[in-house]
Design a protein around this ligand. Structure first.
Ligand code: PBG
Length: 428
């Protein structure tokens, strides 16, 4: 099993993200105490033994005892040390001005890499990432035009290899999105709960190979709906709420039966979290978590994703169920509902344009918060990088760090592998 434990760190702001600044013992401590620890002996005992050894021996080698050194300084024979370096010169023409009378100069705490990393408030680790992966029935990995670097992965091979690569750099959580053949789509999306469908089959394969992999699934009808909507569409175009929730419960149970760890309703129907919780519990899946898409906005940033799955709504838009991007307070209504219905994790989507919503949920709920850096956000950074308009890697790391700073515990991001490699000091 290819899995490495990594303790990466990334220093934010100008510092090379490949520099590893993890804890390192000072050179002198490396010797006997560490070796003793690795043999399973308590290192403290060894240190005590060392302390009771004949201390004067080692000191005497340097020439004088401590007492002799002190006496020399008291007598005025102060040993030499390098002089204070001269003040660095300013360029010619620099105006000579009186110092501003400032009691606080915040730049003092930013003046060296060591100080900056000491006072860094936010950290980023591969353990924070959930890697969204597109799968299909084919054997080949098909590139997704609107998402450079992303593929529809063959469920049997390409996917398994991608998961191995992610685990190698500490990303052990994935979320699956299936591309379903048109012939299996229907108005009621029944393929969503076929126990032998693409998603349940893939979960079983992955759990067989990597039992400790954390698998998130998407709960919504859109990949299975002939209408391309997240729910069942009535003749007059209305998305039927309670009937859709009935289907979603079956879908979630089918995913749990296959071995999913976290089911994630992204459909935005009312009451689905409570209904799914009850359905899971009734089937004995009380250990399966629910990550609710609490504040999912009707966003144009989903465009590349819909191309990837060929899941564009056949008509209309998703504005009667996904939230209005103008709304802030409404996210609190969804938060209260999801909390009381038993959600384990609350998700905000999209990510970067909705940092205020992430912070709102963070400040109003003790539950873990997830942010989804969606396809459009990913593609914009990729495109800007390809066109050499921005530094792709630095903008990628900054955007992820900002999602964490806003209050996200975990981040669903197509950059998961690339960013984790950067954090681990690998470059490709
Ligand atoms: C649909 C779903 C969507 C995404 C995740 N789940 C698209 C949509 O709501 O139309 C978008 C993810 C992305 O854009 O990266 N259940």
């Amino acid at each position: 099993m290819a899995s490495t434990i990594v303790k990466p760190q990334w220093s934010f702001g100008g510092v090379d993200c490949r520099r590893y600044v993890g804890p390192q013992p000072p050179p002198s401590a490396k010797s006997s105490s560490l070796r003793a620890a690795s043999r399973g002996q308590p290192s403290r005992r060894l240190l005590v033994v060392r302390a009771s050894e004949n201390r004067n021996d080692s000191v005497k080698k340097l020439g004088m005892t401590d007492a002799e050194c002190e006496a020399a300084v008291v007598a005025g024979n102060v040993p030499e040390a390098p002089p204070v370096p001269p003040a660095p010169a300013a360029p010619a023409g620099t105006p000579v001005v009186p110092l501003l009378p400032l009691s606080r100069r915040p730049r003092r705490n930013r003046r060296s890499p060591a100080l900056r990393s000491a006072f860094q408030e936010t950290s980023l680790s591969p353990a924070n990432f959930v890697y969204p992966l597109f799968i299909h029935e084919g054997e080949e990995d098909t590139p997704i035009g609107a998402m450079p670097g992303c593929y529809r992965l063959g469920w049997r091979h390409g996917l398994v290899e991608e998961v191995a690569k992610a685990r190698d750099v500490g990303v052990n959580s994935i979320v699956l999105f299936p591309k379903v053949p048109d012939a299996l789509k229907s108005p009621t999306g029944d393929e969503a709960y076929n126990d032998n469908g693409l998603v349940p089959r893939t979960i079983r394969l992955l759990k067989d190979k990597y039992p400790d992999l954390v698998i998130y699934t998407d709960v919504a009808l859109d990949p299975y709906s002939s209408d391309g909507h997240d729910g069942i569409v009535r003749e007059d175009g209305v998305i039927m709420n309670d009937e859709t929730v009935h289907q979603l419960c079956k879908q979630a149970v089918s995913q749990a039966r296959a071995g999913a760890d976290v089911v994630s309703p992204s459909d935005m129907m009312d009451g689905r979290v409570g209904a799914i919780r009850a359905a899971l519990d009734a089937e004995g899946f009380h250990h399966v978590s629910i990550m609710s898409y609490t504040a999912k906005y009707a966003s144009s940033f989903y465009g590349p994703f819909r191309e990837a799955l060929d899941s564009n709504p056949r008509f209309g838009d998703k504005k009667t169920y996904q939230m209005n991007p103008t709304n802030y307070r409404e996210a609190l209504i969804e938060t209260r509902e999801d909390e009381s219905e038993g959600a384990d994790i609350l998700l905000v989507k999209p990510g970067l344009p909705y940092l205020d919503i992430i912070r709102l949920l963070r400040d109003n709920s003790p539950l873990p918060i997830a942010a989804y850096q969606v396809s459009g956000e990913y593609s914009m950074i990729k495109a800007g990088g390809v066109l050499k308009m921005i530094d792709e890697e630095k903008v990628m790391m900054e955007s992820l760090m900002c999602l964490r700073r806003a209050g996200a515990d975990i981040i669903l991001t197509y950059f998961a592998l690339q960013a984790a490699r950067c954090l681990c000091g690998e470059k490709r």
